[in-house]
Design a protein around this ligand. Structure first.
Ligand SMILES: [Zn+2]
Length: 147
């Protein structure tokens, strides 16, 4: 791992093994990324987790923004709850993903009620695999709905 600084402030991390390059505007971001990059995660799993954290994914709250769908209409298409299809719904609420949630009981303790608590718990490897499994489940469901 190489840590490089910009003269204008900020820094970036370069991982020569994976080829990932992370630009950090704040020092805290750099620490978090260093911690993540030291975990035993596949490049794919890490990529999905980082995209999830950055709001760069296919959930309706994001895809609807790009398609200029009004926010109240960016609903989860996987269940009948008629609620915003956002990160919180994916992690805690969507009944379509309960089977995935059930595989990670240690991530859903009584003290884990906010997205911040969920994302920053000690088992970051478990969190990363949970997020990847959720998107794999959603992708598989999407492809099985194709004609
Ligand atoms: Zn849902």
């Amino acid at each position: 791992m190489m840590i490089c600084s910009f003269r204008s402030g900020g820094s970036y991390l370069l991982d020569p093994l994976s080829g990932f390059e992370f630009h950090c505007r704040t020092e805290g971001t750099q620490d978090i990324l260093l911690q993540l990059l030291q975990q035993p995660l596949s490049a794919r799993c890490l990529r999905i987790l980082l995209k999830f954290r950055m709001g760069c994914h296919s959930l309706p709250n994001v895809s609807g923004r790009w398609a200029r769908v009004p926010r109240p209409q960016r609903l989860c298409m996987r269940c009948a709850q008629q609620v915003l299809g956002d990160e919180r719904h994916l992690v805690f609420e969507c009944p379509a993903l309960q089977s995935v949630r059930d595989r990670y009981p240690g991530l859903f303790g009584a003290a884990i009620v906010t997205m911040q608590q969920f994302m920053w718990q000690l088992d970051i490897v478990g969190v990363a695999h949970f997020v990847m499994d959720c998107f794999d489940y959603l992708d598989a469901a999407s492809s099985s709905n194709q004609p």
